[in-house]
Design a protein around this ligand. Structure first.
Ligand code: SF4
Length: 273
């Protein structure tokens, strides 16, 4: 029965990123800014966001540019519902960045030298890992959504193993730490100990908006506001939750198989006009 079903379905595994996959670009990512210079609104735009992701530069005219930190966006959709002329959804899986400020749209001007330095540092760490990589996942206070997406990486559609990437149960065998959750204080020590137990070179990916900034759980007595204060993060991946394609992109970015420039995948996360 299962053999017949398999024959009937054929190969379902995506070829992404070596070949385009329409589904990879269809699923919306965090909110983005469509119009960075709307008319003055007396602070109404900032008030739309429950996580403080939206800010507006203070300018004497009162018409400062709008910025949106995708690292704080929990995809609630309030800003799009209220101001579809100013905000929209980003598209494509390439939402991860090698520096935290790279998640802000319109993009903050990061100097090419600084970007090159970050990429070189990451490349030097990962030069030995390109063929076979092992992941250790730690849930540091997640709501469980990121775990479903990470789990999906092992199914026949995404088939993480085709890229030479595997999960391991032991941090001593792990090259990459996938950390999810808002940084529950009770998980600070286990997260730190997992990181310490990993051999060099080791990479940390903050998976999801909660891991990047704490999301809705911040500020709180119970969380540290993301995992960045506990372990050094190499790749920041927003999303609530990020899609399996986004997680794949972050992994390939971390091990140097994907350019840091999101435009390489047609990703749209900046201002459109
Ligand atoms: S969609 Fe994101 S940016 Fe917009 S209001 Fe919700 S959390 Fe804030």
């Amino acid at each position: 029965m299962w053999a017949l079903r398999g024959l009937r379905n054929g190969v379902v595994t995506t070829r992404w990123p070596s070949r385009p996959d329409p589904y990879a670009v269809e699923v919306p990512g965090p909110a983005t800014v469509l119009d960075a210079h709307p008319a003055a609104d007396g602070g109404a735009l900032e008030a739309l966001c429950p996580t403080g992701a939206i800010t507006r530069a203070q300018e004497p005219s009162g018409n400062g540019s709008v910025r949106l930190d995708q690292g704080k966006c929990v995809l609630c959709g309030r800003c799009l519902a209220a101001r579809p002329d100013v905000f929209g959804w980003s598209t494509g899986p390439a939402g991860a960045a090698v520096h935290r400020s790279g998640l802000v749209v319109p993009e903050l001007s990061e100097s090419p030298e600084r970007l090159a330095e970050l990429q070189d540092r990451l490349g030097a760490k990962t030069a030995a890992l390109r063929r076979s990589v092992h992941l250790r996942h730690v849930d540091a206070g997640s709501d469980g959504t990121e775990e479903w997406e990470i789990l999906a990486l092992a199914n026949p559609i995404y088939d993480l193993h085709r890229l030479g990437i595997f999960f391991t149960a032991s941090p001593r065998h792990a090259d990459i730490l996938l950390a999810t959750g808002a940084g529950a204080r009770g998980m600070t020590e286990p997260l730190q100990r997992t990181y310490d137990a990993m051999p060099e070179p080791k990479i940390v990916i903050a998976v999801g908006t909660d891991a990047v900034s704490g999301g809705l759980a911040t500020p709180s007595y119970a969380v540290t506001g993301g995992i960045g204060d506990t372990v050094p993060v190499d790749v920041w991946l927003p999303g609530s939750p990020p899609t399996p394609f986004s997680i794949l992109h972050a992994l390939l970015l971390a091990i140097g198989r994907m350019p840091a420039s999101s435009s390489a995948l047609g990703h749209s996360k900046g201002a459109q006009r």
